[in-house]
Design a protein around this ligand. Structure first.
Ligand SMILES: Nc1nc2c(c(=O)[nH]1)N[C@H]1C(S)=C(S)[C@@H](COP(=O)(O)O)O[C@H]1N2
Ligand SMILES: [Mo]
Length: 205
């Protein structure tokens, strides 16, 4: 592989650029909205445009994680850390919910039917310790994002493997992504690999 003068490989350089992009999105998102939560008063928040298609937003790296190779670890400040492979994940109770997507780049998509494992079931399994206040999603493309545990602990939040009755396509985060409808979509990590419970807020993307 081509190396630059300082020995940094092409892949590392690409990744660094992509990470900078994501950090910029996160800053812009904060500027736009002030906070990751979207206003709950109107179905279409101010400045948002409703779309019928489903735009793809990521770093341009869409990791090819087959269901056979995929694993999700839920750990950190929990009583019962778990690692679920595909078979174990599928053995959890089935959960379905329909919710709207709001991206800080100003598009919204209404009525998305999701299927997967509910956030509340995952929480019941791992049992967060009292000092756990935030969670960090870690993804297979090295994306990380942090959110208050209270926002994940919502009746409509889930770890989704299907959308509109079909397996979640790779570009939208398959095999499994987080869906936290209460927050803008950049908090809904695609290609989910790990959910870490932490005491303090941490800068993610
Ligand atoms: N792993 C990972 N998750 C991610 C992202 C990403 O780049 N990597 N982008 C975020 C952003 S900014 C948005 S708007 C949504 C986009 O999801 P979509 O491509 O399925 O529309 O995923 C979020 N989750
Ligand atoms: Mo986004």
């Amino acid at each position: 592989m081509a190396e630059t003068e300082n020995g940094e490989g092409l892949l590392a350089r690409t990744r660094r650029k992509l990470v900078a992009t994501k950090e910029r999105w996160a800053r812009e998102g904060r500027l736009l909205t002030g906070r990751p939560s979207r206003p709950e008063s109107q179905r279409l928040p101010p400045g948002q445009r409703q779309v019928q298609d489903w735009p793809v937003l990521d770093l341009g790296i869409q990791p090819d994680v087959s269901a056979e190779r995929w694993q999700l670890t839920i750990d950190g400040l929990v009583e019962n850390p778990v690692t679920w492979d595909w078979v174990a994940f599928q053995a959890q109770p089935v959960f379905r919910s329909v919710s709207d997507i709001h991206c800080v780049t100003a598009w919204s998509r209404f009525d998305n039917p999701w299927e997967g494992v509910s956030a509340r079931h995952a929480l019941a399994v791992v049992r967060p310790k009292p000092e756990a206040r935030f969670i960090v999603f870690h993804s297979y493309d090295d994306y990380t994002t942090n959110l208050p545990l209270a926002d994940f602990d919502a009746a409509d939040a889930l770890l989704a493997h299907s959308w509109q009755g079909r397996p979640l396509p790779r570009e939208h985060g398959g095999p499994v992504r987080a869906v936290v409808p209460k927050l803008y979509f950049w908090k809904s990590a695609k290609w989910l690999r790990r959910i870490e419970f932490v005491a303090e807020d941490r800068r993610g993307f």
